[in-house]
Design a binder for this molecule. Structure first.
Ligand code: IPE
Ligand code: MG
Length: 231
């Protein structure tokens, strides 16, 4: 979800007003995902590297996360959305941690859209914490080094109970992964748009889904072995 700061700059507003405007796009993207039958939606809200921003911006973002949860969770719950957070959550302040735990518990039995928010998350951090989990299992004798494979490794990642993403959408014009889910994105289709996050709406989401629908997903196979659905 990139481009909040530039959206605000373009309007001579402070950066935090861009982040506030971005909450509306979060709501739209969740509603659109649910309507279109997307089963898993994961939003990259705050990266490991975002801690290096000016401390006023970091704290206004943390306050915004608490406020957004306070305002939105009822509606998410009514819409049967199951909410989960991934990332180094122990780095967050107690107020936010509590709000996260409450929101996860409240929506835990919902059966609709699986909405995951990555916060204080980094792809490298995730790989390192999964590696530590493997190392501990080897040390305590419950895992042999020879038995380490894709599945054993992925079991220690934050998204262990979810399928790999099919489609990555990045707004804000940059064409890079910026330390998002490095392991999980191995076969994802990548879609980039110049649209800034506060302007992300249903039509832009549909454009991305249409791009995805037109892709032939070969996973190493030849074109004759797979089919393309189309938009
Ligand atoms: C993304 O928007 C939101 C967060 C990282 C929380 P940015 O804040 O990165 O916006 P730009 O890139 O400065 O426009
Ligand atoms: Mg940015």
């Amino acid at each position: 979800m990139d481009g909040n700061g530039r959206w605000a700059n373009n309007r001579n507003k402070p950066r935090h007003s861009g982040h506030r405007a971005g909450v509306k796009s979060v709501r739209t993207s969740v509603e659109t995902a649910a309507q279109r039958g997307v089963e898993f939606l994961t939003l990259f809200a705050f990266s490991s590297e975002n801690w290096s921003r000016p401390k006023e911006e970091v704290s206004s973002l943390m306050n915004l996360f608490v406020e957004a949860l306070r305002r939105e969770v009822d509606e998410l719950h009514r819409n049967n959305v199951r909410l989960k957070f991934v990332g180094a959550l122990d780095e967050l302040n107690t107020g936010l941690k509590n709000k996260i735990a409450q929101s996860e518990q409240r929506t835990a039995n919902n059966t609709g859209l699986r909405l995951t928010v990555a916060i204080a998350f980094g792809g490298r951090w995730d790989i390192i914490q999964a590696s530590k989990a493997l190392a501990r299992r080897v040390l305590d004798g419950s895992l042999q080094v020879e038995d380490i494979d894709d599945a054993e490794f992925a079991a220690g990642l934050q998204m262990s109970n979810m399928p790999d993403p099919d489609l990555l959408i990045r707004t804000g014009g940059e064409q890079r992964i910026s330390n998002f889910m490095l392991w999980n994105l191995a076969y994802a289709e990548l879609w980039f748009t110049d649209v800034l996050w506060p302007e992300f709406d249903e039509a832009v989401f549909d454009e991305a889904l249409c791009f995805y629908a037109g892709k032939q997903r070969r996973f190493g196979h030849t074109g004759d072995q797979v089919e393309t659905v189309g938009c």
